[in-house]
Design a protein around this ligand. Structure first.
Ligand SMILES: N[C@@H](CCC(=O)N[C@@H](CS)C(=O)NCC(=O)O)C(=O)O
Length: 242
């Protein structure tokens, strides 16, 4: 664990966490220098005393900003916007109050709803092997809800939700890529928007970051995954056969 005064983002070793992605993008877009300290969730390192005490949540991401530690990606984004405001630093949320509220609404929505998209199209299927099963009816319903929400906010031809990039654009592009990369249906307009957002240099820096070539076998065996998750179940069945 980094003991340098300065700024560190605690992420994870596979570089597949959507929440670490959010904090990584926010820090970069703010123009702040930081190091990434990788916590091995596979080895349960988030439960080590020192990390648990500093993060309170024993989860990643955690930001250490000169000794001030903060977990929860949405709190990290809010803190960065307040601690490093415009005009000295680029905004990560829209300037307009209502757009800002909408951006935060979207980010809260991605974290609290649309569970079937997150479960059936986990980030392992974006960065490692693609999903092999079609979306279930719950998955289709959640994907439809995501698509309808995005379509009603994104004006035709717009390359960002609120007139200029904000963190909700990167998060929406990330959510849509769960579907796009797995060959699920996404309307052309949204696909074009998400693919353009995907090319943003900071987004690419996360996506293209080196990660283990193969998804470690233990990943889906981690107790943190719900027992009824199809990927966790398949991994347990495979482990019991070998
Ligand atoms: N709501 C949290 C979610 C963080 C989260 O779920 N982190 C996962 C990695 S994607 C984690 O640390 N899992 C390990 C554990 O819960 O023990 C946020 O937005 O930061």
């Amino acid at each position: 664990m980094s003991d340098q005064p300065g700024r560190a983002l605690y992420g994870e070793t596979l570089w597949i966490s959507p929440y670490v992605f959010s904090s990584f993008v926010a820090l970069h877009e703010k123009g702040l220098a930081f190091v990434v300290d990788e916590v091995s969730l596979l080895e349960n390192a988030q439960q080590a005393d020192a990390y648990r005490e500093r993060s309170l949540t024993a989860r990643v991401p955690m930001l250490d900003d000169g000794g001030f530690c903060l977990a929860e990606s949405s709190a990290i984004a809010d803190y960065l916007e307040d601690a490093y405001p415009a005009p000295g630093h680029p905004r990560v949320f829209p300037e307009n109050l209502r757009d800002r509220a909408r951006a935060r609404m979207l980010m809260a929505w991605f974290r609290s709803d649309l569970g079937a998209v997150r479960e059936e199209r986990p980030t392992t299927t974006m960065f490692y092997e693609r999903a092999t099963r079609p979306l279930s009816s719950a998955g289709i319903e959640a994907a439809g809800k995501l698509i309808r929400g995005a379509e009603s906010l994104l004006r035709p031809g717009a390359s960002s939700l609120f007139g200029a990039w904000c963190l909700a654009d990167s998060e929406l592009a990330f959510m849509l890529h769960r579907l796009i990369l797995n060959g699920d249906e996404v309307p052309a307009r949204l696909r074009a928007y998400a693919q353009a957002q995907w090319q943003r240099p900071v987004v690419r820096a996360f996506i293209d970051h080196s990660r283990p070539v193969k998804l470690p076998r233990e990943y889906w065996l981690m107790p943190v995954h719900p027992a009824d998750n199809e990927f966790a179940r398949a991994a347990r069945e495979e482990a019991s056969r070998s």
